[in-house]
Design a protein around this ligand. Structure first.
Ligand code: NAD
Ligand code: GLY
Length: 374
């Protein structure tokens, strides 16, 4: 029977992709919700993929939620962005083959964006595709990576270079899992929340600015609103452009700068959200040089990112030339031309390959001062 207490507190959205549509559940006490899980796990075998940090915290509760299933297995991976690799992926395949998992096996990602991305890619590839569920446990994964079907692993020189679009059967975001998240990781998630306000919804940006202290204090209602509005914006964009033919590229605001910082510093040294925080300020700086946003808007972007506890500048010990070279590894590069997501006013973004190289270098020089390590 449905756990009505849990369902009553669950705000649901739908990613609308025809016969691949799926719900997003946002609420509390969802991991143990047997009815909810049974609704979305076909077959009788489920494999939970988690890591050494998250499994001890939440795998048992999820096992309780999966008590209706005959076979429940747990694969525990090492924790860290540096393990989002082809090597780690093959450990998942080894575990699935060793356990004779068939095509009816559902893979359940229990963790942050690293676990979600790698498990989703494993699900896309194993026996050419098995069912997959996202149970994101970081703010970043609840507002962004669990929604929209981007899965994959890193190449040593280029973030997320190997992967597939593969949609989950559902996303289950339990807000209370965020209570065990380190502060630094919460801030990293706020980067993606700010991103939605900057690129799509200036009213939401106002709300984020006003409620930043509550968000950082993990006020449940504030988190619920931030997650719900973020997922709604992401779903709206993915519904229109699932495979990033155009519009979806806007979701990469700050990411061309950020991915270069992440790979340049060595995966895991700067968190993805930290690199995106600095990257958004760098994108805002360049947008201001192009006279697309005012000096006051640029200052406001820096203020909001700072208030979230995030860096606003690239690391001083990553050479500007290296940073610039790494930006050319971005997936948005087309025909050798760098394409950047920039702001055109707050709440509005565009993709352009027209930013003059000299202005880009001015931005890289002007935003190159963040002491490291963070
Ligand atoms: P992460 O997965 O590394 O998680 C951050 C840290 O928090 C890890 O140490 C993890 O073990 C720990 N953790 C997770 N949940 C916890 C909890 N509830 N309590 C305590 N600790 C917990 O990092 P992330 O920020 O969640 O995700 C970043 C990754 O997501 C990057 O690889 C990025 O490229 C990817 N990403 C993907 C998409 C997409 O659309 N697929 C979008 C944005 C980011
Ligand atoms: N995080 C970027 C995207 O999902 O498209």
């Amino acid at each position: 029977m449905p756990d009505s207490a849990a369902l009553d507190h669950t705000a649901s959205l739908v990613v609308d992709l025809g016969d691949r549509s799926y719900p997003i559940y946002i609420g509390t006490d969802l991991l143990k919700n047997t009815e909810l899980l049974a609704r979305h796990v076909p077959g009788d075998t489920a494999v939970i993929v988690s890591n050494t940090t998250v499994a001890p915290l939440y795998a048992e509760a999820l096992r309780v939620g999966l008590s209706a299933f005959k076979n429940v297995k747990l694969v525990v991976l090492p924790d860290g962005e540096q393990y989002k690799s082809l090597d780690t992926l093959s450990h998942i395949f080894d575990a699935l083959v060793d356990a004779h998992c068939d095509r009816q096996t559902t893979l359940i990602a229990l963790g942050g964006g690293v676990i979600g991305d790698i498990t989703g890619f494993a699900a896309a590839c194993y026996q050419r595709g098995v069912p997959f569920i996202q149970i994101p446990t970081t703010l970043l994964s609840q507002v962004d990576s669990s929604v929209g079907g981007k899965t994959g692993v890193n190449h040593p020189q280029a973030k997320n270079m190997i992967g597939a679009f593969y949609q989950p059967r559902c996303v289950i975001a339990d807000i209370r899992t965020l209570y065990t998240l380190p502060d630094r990781e919460l801030s990293a998630g706020l980067a993606e929340v700010i991103k939605y306000g900057l690129l799509w919804d200036v009213d939401f940006l106002d709300w984020i600015e006003t409620n930043m202290a509550k968000l950082r204090a993990r006020d449940e209602q504030a988190l619920r609103h931030a997650i719900t509005r973020s997922c709604a914006i992401k779903a709206d964009i993915v519904n229109q452009d699932e495979r990033e033919g155009g519009l979806r590229a806007l979701l990469n605001l700050g990411h061309t700068f950020g991915h270069a910082i992440e790979s340049g510093m060595g995966y895991g040294n700067w968190l993805h959200g930290e690199a995106v925080g600095a990257g958004m300020c760098m994108a805002a700086d360049l947008s201001h040089r192009l006279e697309w946003i005012s000096a006051a808007d640029l200052a406001r972007v820096n203020r909001i990112v700072t208030a979230a506890g995030l860096p606003t500048q690239s690391p001083a010990d990553l050479a500007i030339e290296t940073l610039r070279d790494l930006m050319d590894n971005d997936k948005k590069v087309q025909g050798g031309r760098l394409r950047l997501v920039l702001l055109h006013g707050l709440g509005s973004a565009l993709v352009t390959d027209k930013a003059p190289e000299e202005l880009l270098l001015d931005t890289l020089r002007a935003t190159h001062a963040q002491p490291s390590p963070l």
